[in-house]
Design a protein around this ligand. Structure first.
Ligand code: NAP
Length: 278
């Protein structure tokens, strides 16, 4: 991966930090996107301490609103003349309803609209750097999602479990349409469920975090969660694989709930309208 520029959103913690570490160990130039400078700097320092020759850099960027996501894309375009890998890893599992400055439910923004935007805004740069790969870190829980376009984007049907699943469903619903758009460009796109991993996602960041920490001790490590995303981003055997959903390293067919082409089309149009409105 020498001389390959890899952008990892949410690269300061959990699975994302382990992805950065693994890519840096393969000598890639890795860009950690973190919304918080201190957390980002700490992660970069940790990684550079364990891998003294690592080429890891921080870009501060917040995927929490349309404007800040656009700003992040422009920063990346300004700083990196080539981008070979984009790993849309950042994600949130909110336990309470919170709207962002655009009036959008926060996990709809971070889990669906932000990667949708980055894929579009960075597409020409990825294409010019081809062969290039995009990996969307998805979640198997998408099967429990229920997307209602009059409610889900705005948190009208907020539920502490189902909302996360629904925003992850939004992300995989768009996979076939995004795949078709990228076809023949030299940029591949795949989505992956990384496994059930012991990180700070969701309730771990809330008041019951201490309880979940006990339960999650037996879960798999962030390093194990990074294996499949890194494999999709780097392995020669999946260099031309495009538009697939993976459960870890197994390519599987999306569940019926994610194969609603009409809903996907409407979500696509809504996502475009939302982006253009800001
Ligand atoms: N853990 C699991 O079992 C599991 C299972 C399936 C899928 N996933 C997916 O794996 C991905 C990584 O999750 P994780 O388990 O590693 O969770 P995590 O430890 O909570 O890490 C999430 C990362 O996303 C970043 N992030 C959140 N909101 C952001 C924003 N507005 N702008 C920029 N970055 C933001 C966080 O930054 P801060 O540190 O600043 O909050 C953090 O770096 C997510 O997409 C998640 O849905 C995880």
């Amino acid at each position: 991966m020498k001389n390959r520029v890899c952008v990892v959103t949410g690269g300061n913690a959990g699975i994302g930090k382990a992805i950065v570490q693994a890519l840096a160990a393969q000598q890639a130039q890795v860009v950690v996107v973190s919304r918080d400078r201190t957390r980002g700097d700490t992660a970069v320092q940790d990684i550079c301490q364990s891998l003294p020759n690592a080429h890891v850099e921080l870009v501060v960027g917040d995927l929490g609103t349309i404007a800040t996501t656009r700003q992040l894309a422009h920063t990346l375009l300004d700083r990196y003349p080539a981008i070979h890998v984009l790993i849309n890893n950042a994600g949130i599992w909110p336990t309470k309803k919170q709207l962002n400055a655009d009036g959008l439910e926060q996990s709809f923004m971070v889990n669906h609209l932000a990667p949708f935007m980055l894929n579009r805004l960075l597409f020409e740069r990825l294409k010019a750097s081809a062969p290039a790969r995009i990996v969307n870190v998805s979640a198997g829980l998408y099967v429990n999602g229920r997307v209602d376009l009059t409610k889900t984007p705005y948190g009208h049907d907020f539920h502490p479990i189902r909302t996360y699943a629904s925003t992850k469903l939004c992300n995989v619903l768009c996979l076939p349409l995004e795949t078709a758009q990228l076809a023949g460009s030299g940029v591949t796109l795949n989505a992956v469920h990384p496994g059930v991993i012991n990180t700070d996602l969701g309730i771990m960041r809330g008041p019951l975090g201490w309880l979940m920490k006990l339960v999650k001790r037996s879960w798999r490590t962030p390093e194990q969660g990074a294996v499949a995303p890194v494999w999709l981003a780097t392995a020669p055997e999946v260099a031309s694989t495009h538009g697939q959903y993976f459960n870890e390293k197994d390519a599987i067919t999306l569940a019926e709930v994610a194969q609603n082409a009409g809903l996907a089309q409407q979500l696509w149009q809504l996502s475009e309208r939302l982006i253009e409105s800001v």
